[in-house]
Every structure is written in C-alpha cells, then in structure tokens.
Write a protein that binds this ligand. Structure first.
Ligand SMILES: O=P(O)(O)OC[C@H]1O[C@H](OP(=O)(O)OP(=O)(O)O)[C@H](O)[C@@H]1O
Ligand code: HPA
Length: 179
C-alpha cells in the first residue's frame, strides 16, 4: 500500500489540526497561568497530539507519561482498562492535565481520572483531540476538546487500527478495504 496514492475520507486535515493546536494551547496557557501544570500523556495514542500540544503551551509544564490499553487490535473496547505503565512521578501539588487522542466510550478517561485522583493532585482535568459523544458507556465531558466527531472508527495522528496508521499526519476514517 502506498499512502501517497490512497484516497481516504479525511475528518481532520493537517491544517485544521494545526489551527486547533494553537487554540487549545492558547486557552490552556491562559487557564494555567500561575499554576503548577503537569501534563500526563496517555500512551500510546496521544504521543503525537501531546507532543504538538505542549509545543503550543507557553506556561511552565512538567510532562509525564502513562500507558493504558483496552482496544487491542479491534474496533471495540474490551471494557477492561489495563494500566500497562503507571505514571512514575508524585502528583501532589500539581495541576494535572490528562491528554489523550480520543474519548469514545469514555471508559479509558474515566478510569484514568479516578486512578490519578487517588494520587492527590491539586486539580485534574482532561484534554482530548477527538470526542465521540454518541458512543459513551459512562458519562464524561472532556474539559478541553479539539473536535467532536460522529460515530466512525478513525485513525491517523496517533490513532491506530491493528497497530498501524498512527504515523499518518491527519485523521481519517478507515474503510473496509483498509482493514
Ligand atoms: O473512550 P474509550 O472507548 O476508552 O477509547 C479511548 C481510548 O482508546 C484508545 O486506546 P487503546 O486502548 O486503543 O490503546 P492505544 O492508546 O495504545 O491506542 C485511545 O488511545 C484512548 O486511550
Ligand atoms: O475511533 C477510534 N480509532 C482508533 N482508536 C480508538 N479508540 C477508541 N476509538 C477509536
């Protein structure tokens, strides 16, 4: 497969993502002025979004990582959130911002928020590039959100299907012939 010649249905182009990163970065920088910001990037999916987002944040920020997994190679959440690697730093006194690529059923974000709240941060909020509100299994509204999207399985810009497509620089809908 040559990605240069594929015609995918693009949901968020590189230009749209870049403009959104500036907006989110400016808002977060304003809201966290004078605070003790710690961004926690949820791996693997958020590695590209988070790397771009923090470069649009102008206040001091400490960056930590946590790895969770629930989808495996499929398109449906297993319903069980595995904490593959926990955050290693103490969260006490920090204003934590959890960054993920997507909130779909919200099982991952709600599990992570509860897990991290137990570590006594000064405050905790969530930030996602994509939100699929129609697929919720638990109630959750991300504090910062790039794009609200319809119920389509999307990949690219960190999001995967069968561990591929994370490197594509825009978000698109996988079709049956890509599966
Ligand atoms: O709202 P949910 O239905 O829980 O889905 C969102 C989660 O699913 C994906 O992670 P995945 O388990 O596929 O692992 P990954 O980060 O390695 O892609 C994605 O990165 C989110 O963390
Ligand atoms: O639409 C999606 N694409 C990739 N990974 C995901 N994890 C939850 N929803 C999605």
């Amino acid at each position: 497969m040559n990605i240069e010649t594929k015609k995918w249905e693009v949901l968020c182009s590189e230009e749209q993502i870049s403009a959104k990163l500036k907006e989110l970065g400016a808002q977060i920088s304003k809201d966290y002025e004078g605070k003790n910001l710690m961004v926690i990037s949820l791996l693997k999916g958020s590695f590209i979004f988070c790397a771009d987002l923090v470069r649009n944040i102008t206040v001091p920020v400490k960056i930590e990582f946590m790895t969770t997994s629930s989808y495996g190679h499929g398109e449906e959440s297993s319903g069980k959130i595995n904490v593959v690697a926990d955050v290693s730093a103490s969260l006490e006194g920090y204003d934590v911002l959890v960054v993920d690529d997507i909130t779909d059923t919200a099982l991952t974000m709600s599990h992570v928020m509860a897990h991290l709240k137990a570590k006594n941060p000064a405050s905790i909020k969530s930030c996602v590039l994509l939100d699929k509100p129609s697929r919720r299994k638990v109630e959750l509204v991300p504090d910062y959100c790039g794009f609200s999207i319809e119920d389509k399985f999307v990949v690219g810009y960190g999001l995967n299907f069968g561990d591929y497509y994370r490197n594509i620089p825009y978000v698109f809908n996988v079709t049956n012939e890509d599966r």
